[in-house]
Design a protein around this ligand. Structure first.
Ligand SMILES: Cc1cc2nc3c(=O)[nH]c(=O)nc-3n(C[C@H](O)[C@H](O)[C@H](O)COP(=O)(O)OP(=O)(O)OC[C@H]3O[C@@H](n4cnc5c(N)ncnc54)[C@H](O)[C@@H]3O)c2cc1C
Length: 375
């Protein structure tokens, strides 16, 4: 039987950061995953993730984002890799819509630097973009994208260097608690841990079912389109963007490589019953919606699809995360239900889970993410 101070179940986006933080803090930590991260079976794949600070989802995320930006920068320095690309993020939508009103609210509350563009200015500054009528644009310069697989690989390298044990292809089949010890079973091993950190992504619907918060797994699609138009390669003319239209919220990235321009729809998605039943087949209606969006708003982009991937959002009833210590199991800490916007926070969530496992508390403001809000 293996013993450790802390076992981390799930070492994808958030768990890789948690296991690295714990190892750096000197804990005897074991990280386990059912696959071999970074992998394409969960929620942390598909080349890039948007990171931005003027957070339309809620201003209370901004202090956590400040912590996250610091965390990514620390990881870049420690591992000497560039993980964050500050292309800027351009958000376009009606002034009273979810994206623009929310972004302005966060920027004002936290005095964040943003630049505003009137409708006509969008077309002259960003010539490949045709905004919907009556929209304005907001550019946040200290924002951009993270290379998702490289971030996970960097954290796992760092964790190993600081003495963590990493067990891949080791699904945790069950856990029990006896006294103050957790006992975890994989197909081949039993592991005893004083503290348990659960970062199971879409499998949290099973691993954390007793939180009694209904989480929906949505299958989402990412598309890469061939591009020869300079309008979509220059970051100054085509930063990462989010565009709210009457048909939905779409986002995309400047062309990074020969695979073209990556685009996706943020809202919508197909509910699936369980994470293990994710399949990669195409969703024709979703692709049609993305291509109608492209034809209307990115008219210089080719419609030749060069790559497509499916991925999972794990969505809570209010689209905000679940982070904290389990109300019924002292010593069990989690980050779950990241609702399609959690990767950018992984560096902060890893530190927070490390604080909770080592000291039982954190100075980071996570109270608004407690599952108690649903009880
Ligand atoms: C298409 C798409 C686009 C997105 N875009 C953005 C974006 O632009 N910006 C942003 O911030 N966020 C974005 N997100 C959301 C973000 O990617 C996720 O919130 C985040 O990556 C989830 O990380 P996680 O650690 O919770 O899950 P994962 O990275 O999936 O990790 C969970 C891990 O747990 C493991 N696991 C599960 N069960 C067990 C078990 N029983 N035993 C052992 N291991 C187990 C899995 O194998 C997996 O590796 C996007 C998500 C998708 C799907």
């Amino acid at each position: 039987m293996l013993t450790c101070d802390v076992a981390v179940v799930g070492i994808g986006g958030v768990g890789s950061a948690a296991v690295a933080s714990l190892a750096k803090a000197g804990a005897n930590v074991i990280g386990l995953d059912r696959f071999s991260p970074p992998h394409i079976h969960g929620s942390s794949h598909g080349q890039t993730r948007v990171i931005r600070m003027a957070y339309f989802e809620h201003p209370d995320y901004v202090p956590l984002l400040r912590q996250a930006y610091r965390g990514w920068s620390d990881l870049e320095q420690a591992t000497r890799r560039q993980l964050y690309y500050p292309t800027g993020v351009l958000q376009i939508g009606p002034e009273s819509g979810e994206v623009i009103a929310g972004t302005l609210h966060s920027a004002q509350e936290h005095q964040l630097a943003i630049q505003r563009f009137a409708y006509d200015e969008i077309a002259s500054e960003f010539p490949g973009v045709v905004p919907p009528e009556d929209c304005i644009g907001i550019l946040e310069r200290d924002a951009g994208y993270l290379l998702v697989a490289d971030c996970i690989a960097a954290y796992l390298d760092q964790a190993r260097q600081h003495g963590a044990t990493i067990k891949t292809d080791s699904p945790v089949q069950s856990w029990t608690r006896t006294g103050d010890t957790f006992e975890l079973r994989t197909d081949t091993e039993v592991i005893q841990a004083k503290q348990l950190v659960v970062c199971g992504g879409a499998w949290a619907t099973q691993l954390l079912a007793d939180l009694n918060v209904p989480m929906t797994i949505l299958r989402k699609h990412l598309y890469w389109y061939e591009n020869e138009a300079p309008a979509y390669t220059s970051e100054s003319q085509f930063p990462v963007f989010l565009l709210e239209t009457p048909q939905g919220i779409y986002y995309g990235f400047p062309q990074l490589d020969s695979e073209g321009v990556k685009l996706a729809r943020h809202d919508g998605g197909e509910p699936i019953p369980a994470a293990d039943r994710q399949h990669q087949q195409e969703d024709a209606a979703d692709r049609q919606a993305v291509e109608a969006f492209t034809a209307g708003h990115l008219p210089l982009l080719s419609q030749n699809l060069v790559r497509r991937e499916a991925c999972m959002y794990t969505v809570t009833p209010d689209h905000h995360f679940l982070v904290g210590t389990h109300p019924e199991h002292e010593g069990l800490h989690f980050a779950a239900g990241l609702s399609g916007h959690g990767f950018k926070f992984a560096s902060a969530l890893g530190e927070i889970l490390c604080d909770l496992a080592i000291t039982g508390q954190t100075s980071s403001p996570i109270e608004f993410l407690s599952p108690r809000r649903f009880s």
